[in-house]
Design a protein around this ligand. Structure first.
Ligand code: HEC
Length: 144
């Protein structure tokens, strides 16, 4: 009974991790501002599935600080010495997609980095959702 029918260790080759899903903590240096703002373009379109997953990630990972509406007044914002940015009406409205992407990836002073817990694909979905929040807010202001 020494050898059961179970698969032995390494009998099946280990699966190779898809690109962008390996933890990179300590590996990649932070992106340069130039790389973020000029070189990066969002490869995704604001389709319903992309926005839906972007919204899910935003509500889970960003809303505690930035608020459900992105205005920077989430439930834990008051605990932070550096206040979360208003992503909707503040300066961020004018930020390039790549800058938002880079901030999610690398974090900030009080903001955590999401380099190992979100895939590149997911970070772009969050960027799409942030743009969506901005459009919604602009429409509301215009219809007042
Ligand atoms: C722990 C609280 C916290 C969480 C969670 C958080 N942020 Fe932030 N964020 C901040 C703070 C505070 C700042 C201000 C700059 C800093 O910390 O360096 C900021 C800054 C930013 C900026 C830069 C805005 C500017 O005008 O320069 C962007 C973009 C941003 N956050 C997006 C996000 C997104 C998207 C998520 C979710 C993936 C997220 N943040 C999660 C606290 C947070």
């Amino acid at each position: 009974m020494y050898r059961g029918p179970a698969i032995q260790p390494l009998e099946v080759a280990p699966r190779v991790m898809p690109t962008g899903t390996m933890p990179v903590k300590g590996g990649l240096p932070p992106m340069s501002r130039e790389e973020m703002t000029i070189k990066l373009k969002n490869p995704l379109q604001p389709t319903a599935p992309n926005l839906k997953h972007g919204k899910f990630l935003f509500m889970t990972d960003c809303a505690p600080c930035h608020g459900d509406n992105g205005r920077g007044t989430g439930p834990v914002a008051h605990l932070l010495r550096t206040k979360p940015a208003d992503l909707v009406m503040g300066l961020s409205k004018a930020l390039p997609d790549g800058y938002i992407y880079g901030t999610i990836r690398d974090g900030g002073i009080a903001m955590p980095s999401y380099d190992d817990i979100m895939s590149s694909h997911e970070r772009w979905q969050v960027v799409l959702f942030v743009r969506h929040l901005q459009q919604q807010a602009a429409q509301k202001t215009a219809s007042k």
